[in-house]
Each structure stands twice: as C-alpha cells, then as structure tokens.
Write a protein that binds this ligand. Structure first.
Ligand code: MEV
Length: 329
C-alpha cells in the first residue's frame, strides 16, 4: 500500500490563453489530494473517494473496472473523477510494463472538485505516483507530469494544457508555454486569499466556449493574446517582487477572462469584494464559470470581506506549496 499526495494550484495569470500557446503562471498551494493505491490479486480497479469537497460533505463512491459505478451516483463530478483515475492507472500500468496490475484506490482530497484549484490534476499526479510506487517503480516528477498531462488530454478530449499537471507534480510557481514548462525560482511570498462560491464550472464546455469565440471574432483572439501580454508583464513583476503591480495585472487578467465569458456573477462579486477590501488584485482562477477566485492581500481584510459576500461559501488563506508530488509515510 502506498499513499502519495500532490498539491492543488491557483493561476496567478494565464488560464485559457495557455491552451493556445500563450504563457501561464500557476502556483501550487498547500491544499493536497492524497491517493492510496493497494495492489489487488486480480486485474480489477476499485476506487473509493472519501471527502472530495471543501465543506466536509462526504460522498462514498465505488467504481467498477471499467469506470462505471457499481452504485448510482448523482454527482457527475465524481463520475468525472473516476474517468481521471482510470486513465491514471492506465499510465501507471504502461510506465511499469504491468498491464494486468489491479488496484484498490482511495482518494482523499482537500481540494474542491472542478472549482479552479486543480483538483483533477492533483488526483491524477498523486494516483500515478502511488500506483507506480506500489509496483516498485519510482518515476521522476517530470515523467509524472508528462503522463498526468496525457491523462488530462485524453479525458478532456484534447482540450488541456500542461499547466495544471506540471504545477501539481513540481510544486512552487511554474511557467508553462506550450511544451516548455519550468519552475520559477526566487518567487516572493505571495499572500493568496481564496474565495469559493461552493460551485464548479465545466472545464470542457468553458474551454470550447473560448475556442468558439476566438474562431469567430478577431477581437476575442486579440483578447487571448492580450492575456499573454499580461502574463509576460506579470513575470517581470514577479521577478521584481512588485506585489502592487502583480495585483493590477491580476485585475486586468480577470477583466480579459470576463470578456471571454468565463466569469460568473458569484466570481465577479467575490473579485469586487476583494478589491473593495483593498486587496492588491483579484481574479478568477482556473476554467471559471463558478468555483474560486484568488486575491493577493497580506492583511485580514479580504478574507473577512469575502465571508460577508453573498455567494461566497468559504474564504481561506493559501500558502504557496514549494513541494510537488510526494510519497506520504
Ligand atoms: C483549467 O484549470 C485551466 C484551463 O486553462 C485549461 C487548461 O489549461 O488545460 C482553462
């Protein structure tokens, strides 16, 4: 039996545009998904997911070998999680040359599903690490990142960048542009505050929505390119540890994402609450449509303001997690 964990992430800059080759800077946060893989005597895969949500609501889920539930589960997100785990186990079988290996897989995650904090990437990264180690093979973090990307690419019908999976496997702040992925060193302390509306967005639908706009309107394509410009300026601000400039650029990034139709009423309300509380900046994080915003604030103001914001279900501080995937003792 091996348990591995991997962090969730926020996007400081660049979600959606990264799908079209623009750079992005996601940052790992100290909220992890843990996956325990236990070798079975047969070839079956059984998955149970404990507490997959932020608010402690517990869902028991068991999936059969083909990923179809043995029991009726109304949570489509949990079914989606099953799809990711199936593909992750396939990657572990491939990496170890053990196509017949069966597993019991247990998932425990402190990252809300589909809320922009990289829950699926964290589960996939941790699952590949745990399942390969359980078969006696230790992959390096780059290979886990690459295999986890193959999983997201397959499950999301080709609509995925390397950003979420690379960030979760490596930890810290990373820069992703197409296939070029690297960790950013000497990153300043980033006082992240996260607001969560209790909901989630459909990443596939949101990504195809942006793809459609970009194909139809030149100005939407320009908006995607403008996000790339914001990211490049953001990298300079990060290197200069200029938090005020980072905040301004986050505000700008949110506006551009809104223009692309991926914000929502509750995300906008939380962004405005953070700005009213004098956060240095705020934006949605991840695919959007619902879920989380990230603000930069080193005071208690934003967290308190978010707690009083209608539509905000939870607000919390999140430290940058410099550690990526790791095996748990
Ligand atoms: C989703 O977390 C981030 C997107 O940019 C999609 C991706 O990069 O795969 C919307």
């Amino acid at each position: 039996m091996v348990t591995s964990s991997a962090p969730g992430k926020v996007y400081l800059f660049g979600e959606h545009a990264v799908v079209y080759g623009e750079p992005a800077v996601p940052c790992a946060i100290e909220r992890r998904a843990s996956v325990t893989a236990t070798r079975r005597d047969d070839e079956a895969l059984r998955v149970d997911a404990g507490d997959l949500t932020l608010d402690g609501f517990t869902v028991e889920y068991s999936g059969g070998t083909d990923g179809r539930p043995d029991v009726d589960v109304e949570q489509p997100l949990l079914e989606a999680a099953m799809g990711y785990v199936n593909e992750a186990v396939e990657q572990a079988r491939d990496a170890t040359g053990r196509p017949e290996a069966g597993f019991d897989v247990h998932i425990d995650s402190a990252i809300p599903l589909g809320a922009g904090l990289g829950s699926s990437a964290a589960v996939v990264v941790a699952a590949i690490d745990a399942a390969t180690r359980e078969l006696g093979v230790t992959l390096d973090s780059e290979e886990i990142a690459d295999r986890a990307y193959q999983v997201e690419h397959a499950v999301q019908d080709g609509e995925a960048s390397r950003a979420d999976t690379f960030c979760s496997a490596m930890g810290g702040a990373v820069r992703v542009e197409g296939d070029d992925c690297r960790r950013l060193e000497a990153v300043p302390n980033l006082p992240f505050v996260i607001g969560y509306d209790g909901g989630s967005g459909d990443t596939g639908a949101l990504v195809s929505g942006v793809r459609g706009l970009r194909a139809e309107y030149d100005f939407a394509a320009d908006t995607v390119e403008a996000i790339g410009d914001v990211v490049r300026r953001g990298e300079d601000a990060l290197a200069a540890a200029d938090l005020d400039e980072l905040g301004r650029l986050m505000d700008f990034n949110h506006g551009l994402l809104s223009a692309l139709g991926v914000s929502s009423r509750s995300l906008d309300a939380m962004v405005w609450a953070a700005r009213d509380a004098d956060a240095r900046g705020a934006k949605l994080t991840g695919a959007g449509g619902g879920g989380c915003i990230v603000a930069l604030d080193d005071t208690d103001g934003t967290e308190t303001a978010l707690r009083y914001t209608p539509g905000c279900e939870d607000a919390f501080r999140a430290e940058l997690d410099t550690e990526g995937v790791r095996v748990e003792e």
